[in-house]
Design a protein around this ligand. Structure first.
Ligand SMILES: NC(=O)c1ccc[n+]([C@@H]2O[C@H](COP(=O)([O-])OP(=O)(O)OC[C@H]3O[C@@H](n4cnc5c(N)ncnc54)[C@H](OP(=O)(O)O)[C@@H]3O)[C@@H](O)[C@H]2O)c1
Length: 247
């Protein structure tokens, strides 16, 4: 599954699933552009990727700011000359009920990060992906499919939108030879739930296998979906959730 000579752009590459994804692509020989707001964390991930032999570009950007989201593909092309794979991974989780005073503020924050940013980045990446017959992997969530927690409205709505965006863009880009898929993790051990009433361990009991994933497990699936081994797969949503959806 070699990615030698491939250029991979990963948003949210400074932590969690995005950082693990950068490392698995680095091991397969890809050149990487990794994006996040935290420069120190990005540099630490870049160092690990470079130790694995990867050329690495770090891009500090807040993807909720249109001009910063729009700049990341150009910066990647300026550095590496092309783009083969876009991984729209950056995302946030917020908890708020529909009747809460802060609901709309929280809703806008989540929608801007989890769906508006991937839409903008996809638009700017498409011409380059058509040139390389590349592909997109959107990191969604089982939250985009299930409805089991009342205060997760914004997050679940954003991921349902991302799932449908994935299918619609897959259909439009298929004639151009560009594949578009999503990967939907269940509970995974990262910092995304900080500040909320849940964490990966409280969600463990919701899984059929009674286990929570490590980020590298999600990264390995992203790698597969982005690879030529998955050349017949487009418009699909791959659930990787330790059986959470069974309960
Ligand atoms: N962990 C889980 O249980 C789980 C389950 C299902 C789906 N997911 C999905 O997996 C993806 C990755 O999440 P994670 O669990 O790895 O969380 P994480 O450890 O909190 O990492 C989130 C990443 O997104 C970046 N990010 C967030 N807002 C950003 C912004 N405005 N601009 C640029 N970068 C931004 C963060 O970078 P900076 O802080 O440097 O900006 C960080 O690199 C998300 O889409 C999430 O919804 C996670």
């Amino acid at each position: 599954m070699s990615f030698c000579n491939a250029v991979v752009l990963i948003t949210g590459g400074s932590a969690g699933i995005g950082a693990a994804t950068a490392e698995v692509f680095a091991k397969e020989g890809a050149s990487l552009a990794i994006v996040g707001r935290n420069k120190e964390k990005l540099n630490a991930v870049a160092k690990r990727c470079q130790e694995l032999g990867a050329k690495t570009l770090t891009i500090v950007a807040d993807l909720t700011k249109d001009e910063e989201a729009d700049s990341i593909v150009k910066k990647t092309i300026d550095e590496f000359g092309k783009l083969n794979v876009l991984v729209n991974n950056a995302g946030i989780f917020r908890q708020s009920g529909i009747m809460a005073d802060e609901f709309l503020t929280s809703f806008d924050e989540v929608m801007n990060t989890n769906i508006r940013a991937p839409v903008r980045i996809t638009r700017s990446a498409v011409p380059s992906l058509i040139e390389t017959k590349g592909n997109i992997v959107n990191v969604s969530s089982i939250a985009g499919t299930n409805v089991n927690r009342p205060t997760f409205i914004a997050y679940k709505t954003s991921k349902a939108a991302l799932n449908h965006f994935t299918r619609c863009v897959a259909f439009e880009l298929a004639p151009h030879g560009v594949r578009v898929n999503s990967v939907s993790p269940g509970p995974t051990r990262t910092n995304i739930f900080e500040g909320s009433t849940v964490n990966a361990d409280t969600l463990l009991e919701k899984t059929a296998l009674l286990r929570v994933s490590d980020p590298v497990e999600i990264a390995d699936l992203i790698l597969y979906v982005a690879s030529d081994k998955a050349k017949s797969i487009t418009g699909s949503n791959y659930i990787i959730d330790n059986g959470s959806m069974l309960k």
